[in-house]
Design a protein around this ligand. Structure first.
Ligand code: NOJ
Length: 535
């Protein structure tokens, strides 16, 4: 095995296949579409792609409702297309991470269909969480699904089944050994097909305890768990300490078994990253103990305000907590479940923050389109497809804004994404945000990402820990600057709305926006921007 595994400080590009590139004109992205754009991905300077689910699915939740985890949904192609994608990625030295969804199946999965037929008390029902109604006919408890509405749905014979998400996503019962056996089969299936790792959906949710207990504020809790619902951080953190169905100790037994499975592939260095947003944050480190998974997502940056104290706390905590288990953090500013970072904190701020985190130790995740600086798509309610929108009667708009297809080329929508009608409309206002137009503009967000990722590889990957230079706790005279040094690079971010002087020494390597001037022997960092200095 190499001394430093490939995933340790990799940059990983998340592709939402339905929104990436449509090869057959049906308005939806597909696997051959991804394959056709691998040179673009490679040129971005990333090490791996993570593909959101492309498995057989009725697509009630963007494919996270899996009806057959060992096959490709026809809307995305077929297994040969998956093999070809992996082969072509490997030819370009890009690793491939598949998404695995072990918390639930689709209600169209053969197991759930069999459970419906077999009736109460059957072994088929033991693969899910079926319970009788309360004596007054109400569901077994008051939990609210993460997509809104009750977490329970009643079937014809009166029993209820648990679904933490949509009613079409029945939760699996991980106390039943058949469930783990089936997932190990699925892991091996994809590893044997060539994938290099897995992103584990709802990794903290598999084991349920106290399934019949009520929660004192089920609606508040459901909102707190949604990345697209804004909430005061303190209120959110209080609620997140009370989740009754996530982060039970039993999940770690599952990942210890899976780790053995991954390690049995030796030199292939199969890795897994946990989607586990758990509280208090120290609990996340349990998922990356030496005999468990390789990485755990740090979700705090997806909701953190553009504020030096908050960002310092989030970054410092993530680095130091991971260090206690000898792991490195992960950094993500956007994903398919959260508002796009450019919309959430502002376009200049998003560039500045990206450049700031690209210098940090650990793995950086980039959600496709983030490199273009895309904002959330502006959608009519009639366009929306996210189950959240329907389950909350339109009260929550859901996550479709972040899933609008990528603009590739040309002057008019749909900008080369498809020859047909895209599944979500792409605004004409994205004309200057296409790949083609940004490639032609040296000051574009795309060039910033490409340059930064090249420099990251050359100067920062493997460069060890950071030393804070400016922060609320280190030498700062105000709240404007955050700065650290790592290896030979000094990274400075100016969060304020005016240019700020700083003491950074060395040669300017890259700036996220504007021009760095010199004044009184100091560097002047433009408003809302970051810069790297070598020296
Ligand atoms: C997390 C996924 O990222 C999200 O898109 C999905 O809706 C839920 N898990 C349920 O699978």
């Amino acid at each position: 095995m190499n001394s430093v595994p490939w995933w340790k400080e990799a940059t990983i590009y998340q592709i939402y296949p339905r929104s990436f590139f449509d090869s057959n004109g049906d308005g939806e992205g597909d696997l051959p579409g991804v394959t056709s754009q691998l040179d673009y991905v490679k040129n971005l300077g990333v090490d791996a792609i993570w593909l959101s689910p492309f498995y057989t699915s009725p697509n009630k939740d963007g494919g996270y409702d899996v009806a057959n985890p060992r096959d490709v949904d026809p809307r995305f192609g077929n297994l040969d297309d998956a093999k070809e994608l992996i082969t072509q990625a490997h030819k370009r030295n890009l690793r491939v991470i598949a998404d695995i969804v072990p918390n639930h199946f689709s209600d169209q999965h053969e197991w759930f269909q069999a459970a419906l037929k077999a009736g109460r008390g059957s072994k088929e029902r033991e693969r899910f969480h079926f319970y009788d109604a309360n004596p007054d006919g109400t569901p077994p408890n008051n939990w609210i699904s993460l997509f809104g509405g009750p977490s329970w749905t009643q079937v014809a014979d009166g029993q209820f089944y648990l679904h933490l998400f949509d009613s079409s996503q029945p939760d699996l019962n991980w106390e039943n050994p058949e469930v783990n056996a089936d997932f190990e089969k699925t892991l091996r299936f994809w590893i044997d097909l060539g994938v290099d790792g897995f992103r584990i959906d709802v990794a903290h949710g598999l084991v349920k305890e106290d399934v019949l207990a009520n929660h004192p504020d089920p609606q508040g809790l459901s909102n707190a768990l949604r990345l697209d619902v804004a909430m005061d951080s303190e209120v959110r953190n209080e609620l997140l300490l009370t989740v009754p169905y996530f982060d039970r100790q039993g999940v770690h037994e599952i990942y210890r078994k899976w780790r053995k499975l991954f390690d049995s592939y030796g030199d292939r260095e199969i890795m897994a990253v946990a989607e586990a947003w758990v509280h208090p944050p120290v609990n996340a480190t349990r998922y990356v103990r030496a005999d468990e998974l390789h990485q755990v997502f740090n979700f705090d940056l997806l909701t953190a305000e553009f504020d030096s104290k908050i960002l310092f706390d989030v970054i410092e905590r993530s680095i130091s907590l991971n260090a206690t288990v000898n792991a490195l953090p992960t950094w993500a500013l956007s994903n398919h479940d959260s508002p796009r970072v450019a919309s959430r904190i502002g376009e200049e701020q998003a560039r500045a923050l990206a450049l700031f985190v690209f210098g940090l130790p650990g793995s950086a995740y980039v959600f496709a389109g983030q490199e273009l600086g895309l904002p959330d798509g502006q959608l009519q309610d009639s366009d929306r497809q996210d189950p959240t929108f329907y389950r909350t009667n339109g009260q929550l708009k859901g996550r479709d804004g972040a899933r609008v297809p990528l603009p590739w080329s040309g002057e008019t929508t749909p900008f080369g994404f498809s020859t047909g009608k895209p599944w979500l409309p792409i605004s004409q206002s994205w004309k200057n945000l296409t790949v083609e137009s940004e490639l032609a503009d040296p000051k574009s967000s795309l060039h910033l990402y490409r340059n930064a990722l090249e420099l990251r590889k050359e100067f920062l990957v493997g460069a060890g820990g950071i030393t804070w230079l400016e922060s609320c706790n280190h030498g700062s005279k105000g709240d404007s600057l955050l700065s650290y040094s790592r290896g030979t690079i000094t990274v400075v971010m100016n969060l304020s709305d005016s240019a700020e002087e700083c003491d950074a020494e060395g040669k300017l390597m890259i700036v996220s926006g504007g021009t760095v001037d010199a004044r009184n022997g100091k560097k002047v960092i433009p408003a809302r921007s970051s810069a790297w200095f070598l020296g």
